[in-house]
Design a protein around this ligand. Structure first.
Ligand code: NAG
Ligand code: NAG
Ligand code: NAG
Ligand code: NAG
Ligand code: NAG
Ligand code: NAG
Length: 270
């Protein structure tokens, strides 16, 4: 008798477990994602474009997802695409830490300002787009440390300044980088990966100077528009009748000032 009772207990627990698993799967989206997203929204200003982020529906319901959400097949938030929504205010990255499946964030073409938001806390991010806002200031040297999945970075059309962080140049999976139209200065870092791996690379219209590193030599020359201070391949060699000079390579004016110095710069500066 006791034996039968034990077997019954065993089955009882098994059924309970199956029931729990099934009901979890059936609930399609994680109920806490709604709360997380509403928390994130609460620090944004002029967020009328997100009016349908309400408790009335679940964020990824498969039919009428909340505006700007990219949902995966399991009904979880995979990406946030909040481009061109007239948004301002605070981007509450800490709130997003609870979205465990989040891989991509875009706040392109809004009116955010201040320093770079701490997207680096989202360590499994594959891409982020901060383009065409009013972000400014330097990006800390170690900002990108630990963002080992990152493939795409879009910072174009802001007012970022200072050096391109060393930790950015150390990212091994990066294939798309657009920082055009900022105020970055100093030399371009030597990116480690195969130059042919780049899909997008544009550093035009900043304040960079010095020799273009080997890893960027196969790029389209238009990726380096808007400078007087950059030199080396793929830019056309300086012609001896031009007065443009190439600073920042080493000792004094000229590109490199050591091995690999352009013949034309030698002609110009010696
Ligand atoms: C959404 O529902 C939660 C509880 O489920 C509640 O605390 C919160 O105030 C609601 N938010 C809105 C905007 O209605
Ligand atoms: C919310 O707005 C988006 C964009 O307009 C729309 O595609 C979606 O169906 C809306 N969702 C709900 C629940 O109204
Ligand atoms: C986001 O949505 C806009 C408008 O629907 C689209 O043009 C853009 O390519 C999407 N992706 C990103 C990363 O902004
Ligand atoms: C507020 O957002 C709307 C779009 O939802 C936009 O047209 C408008 O310019 C924004 N206003 C401000 C002051 O940013
Ligand atoms: C963002 O603005 C830029 C510059 O005005 C424009 O070229 C681009 O198409 C816009 N992108 C989106 C997704 O709104
Ligand atoms: C880089 O950006 C500049 C400025 O927008 C543009 O003229 C040029 O065609 C772009 N080049 C590449 C390779 O993307």
């Amino acid at each position: 008798m006791a034996h039968i009772h034990k077997a019954y207990d065993h089955h009882h627990w098994l059924f309970m477990l199956i029931f729990l698993v099934l009901s979890y799967v059936a609930s399609s989206s994680d109920p806490t994602e709604a709360a997380t997203l509403l928390k994130f929204k609460s620090s944004l200003l002029n967020a009328t474009a997100l009016d349908n982020w309400t408790n009335a529906t679940s964020p990824c319901n498969g039919k009428d997802n909340w505006a700007g959400l990219v949902c995966d097949n399991d009904g979880n938030v995979f990406g946030l695409n909040l481009s061109k929504m007239g948004l301002r205010g605070i981007i509450d990255i800490d709130a997003l830490l609870d979205l465990s499946g989040l891989k991509t964030v875009s706040v392109m073409n809004n009116s955010f300002d201040g320093p770079i938001p701490s997207v680096n806390k989202l360590s499994s991010l594959v891409s982020f787009y901060l383009s065409y806002n009013h972000f400014s200031g330097e990006i800390p040297e170690d900002f990108f440390v630990g963002m080992n999945s990152l493939k795409k970075i879009y910072l174009d059309g802001n007012k970022f300044a200072g050096k391109i962080p060393k930790s950015l140049a150390a990212l091994t999976k990066i294939v798309e980088l657009d920082i055009r139209g900022n105020q970055f200065s100093g030399k371009l870092p030597n990116f480690p990966q195969n130059p042919k791996a780049w899909k997008t690379m544009n550093v035009s219209y900043n304040r960079l100077e010095g020799r273009i590193p080997a890893s960027l030599r196969n790029s389209d020359p238009s990726a380096f528009l808007g400078y007087k201070g950059l030199c080396g391949k793929p830019l056309a060699p300086l012609k001896s009748d031009r007065t443009i000079s190439c600073y920042g390579g080493g000792s004094g004016p000229g590109c490199g000032g050591g091995p690999g110095r352009d013949v034309t710069s030698v002609l110009l500066f010696s």
